[in-house]
Design a protein around this ligand. Structure first.
Ligand code: SF4
Length: 340
């Protein structure tokens, strides 16, 4: 690991001063925030990320989970950026009002990692593409302009949607897939004050700048994630398909949330993980479900629409059929429709 300097401020203003003046986005920054450290420290040990300075934000007091507004429960819920993933998943309000989110968090990593990892850090974790971690291979995300080892290499875990000729990596988070379906918003603080980033705009597709994962600026700090009041508690689920039952990243995952009127779908949210550089939503697939009877045929048609432009690489074309079946199964589970 390379030498770096280290600060541990005890308030948000001091933390922001620590990153002030840095240009670009957070993935390009030389000074980085660290909290749980469950991904960043691994990347530093592997010489994949080389920050010059770490600003430890673990003492900023951003670890609360609280109701939004004064209405005592009919508003949304604010998840502190420094609340641990485990504390968030087991929070009674999250479990009751946002069971899809709780399930998604508990599907990720291991108990030890969830005890350490924070909500803000979960959003900023980086791809687990093998070539990104292997400094002896080309990788446009790690070293822009060097090429993509995965395009002609082993790409079984890689993207089938939204990829580019420069990068076919996928975002590794489970939590973020549920947050995308819930239409959470990310609250950030920076030199110009606070701003709110809709979840759909937080992560980005690779295009020709795959080294940039998100729209968070290098001098901004995530302070909280706001969940809207609608949690789809009655009709939602998170389904994760992976190579083994725990401590494995998703080959395909589905966050499915429905608002039902009897057996008719009023509105639908569908987000996929393990298939793209960001949690993947498709308004056309969700529109396909609205107003239709909750049936396996309806779900299969929505899956067909969502995967219409999916493209497999040499080792991962199986993900297209897998995603189709996972979507149908998740929607059936959310709607309470029997599934063979
Ligand atoms: Fe790097 Fe992206 Fe290619 Fe993986 S898929 S080697 S992260 S450029």
């Amino acid at each position: 690991m390379r030498a770096f300097s280290y600060d541990r401020p005890d308030n948000v203003d001091a933390a922001l001063r620590g990153v002030a003046g840095q240009p670009g986005t957070t993935t390009e920054a030389a000074v980085k925030f660290v909290a749980g450290g469950t991904n960043l420290l691994d990347l530093m040990k592997a010489d994949v990320m080389r920050p010059e300075r770490l600003v430890d934000i673990s003492r900023l007091g951003l670890d609360r989970i609280e109701e939004i507004g004064d209405s005592g429960g009919d508003g949304g819920l604010r998840l502190g950026a420094l609340a641990r993933n485990a504390d968030t998943a087991y929070d009674e309000r999250v479990q009751t009002r946002y069971p899809m989110l709780s399930k998604a968090i508990l599907a990720g990593a291991s108990a030890q990692l969830r005890n350490m990892a924070t909500n803000g850090g979960n959003l900023l974790q980086r791809t687990r593409c093998y070539y990104f971690y292997d400094t002896g291979t080309p990788c446009n995300k790690r070293e822009p302009g060097t090429g993509c080892g995965a395009l002609t290499g082993v790409n079984r875990i890689h993207a089938i949607l939204g990829a580019s000729d420069h990068c076919i990596a996928v975002h590794p988070s489970d939590m973020c897939v549920a947050l995308a379906a819930l239409e959470a918003v990310v609250r950030v603080s920076g030199p110009k004050g606070e701003r709110i980033i809709p979840f759909a705009d937080f992560h980005r597709l690779p295009g020709d700048t795959p080294h940039i994962d998100s729209t968070l600026a290098a001098d901004e700090l995530i302070t909280a994630i706001d969940l809207p009041a609608e949690g789809f508690a009655k009709h939602s689920t998170y389904l994760k398909v992976r190579d083994r039952a725990s401590y494995a990243f998703a080959l395909v995952s589905v966050a499915a949330a429905l608002e039902m009127d009897g057996q008719t779908i009023r509105t639908a949210r569908l987000a996929l993980g393990g298939v793209a550089h960001k949690p993947w939503r498709d308004p056309a697939a969700e529109a396909e479900l609205a107003g239709k009877p909750a049936s396996l045929e309806t779900f299969a048609e929505a899956a067909r629409v969502l995967l219409h432009d999916a493209k497999g690489q040499s080792h991962n074309a199986f993900k297209i059929g897998l995603a189709e079946r996972a979507i149908v199964r998740a929607l059936a589970e959310a709607a309470g429709v029997e599934h063979p």
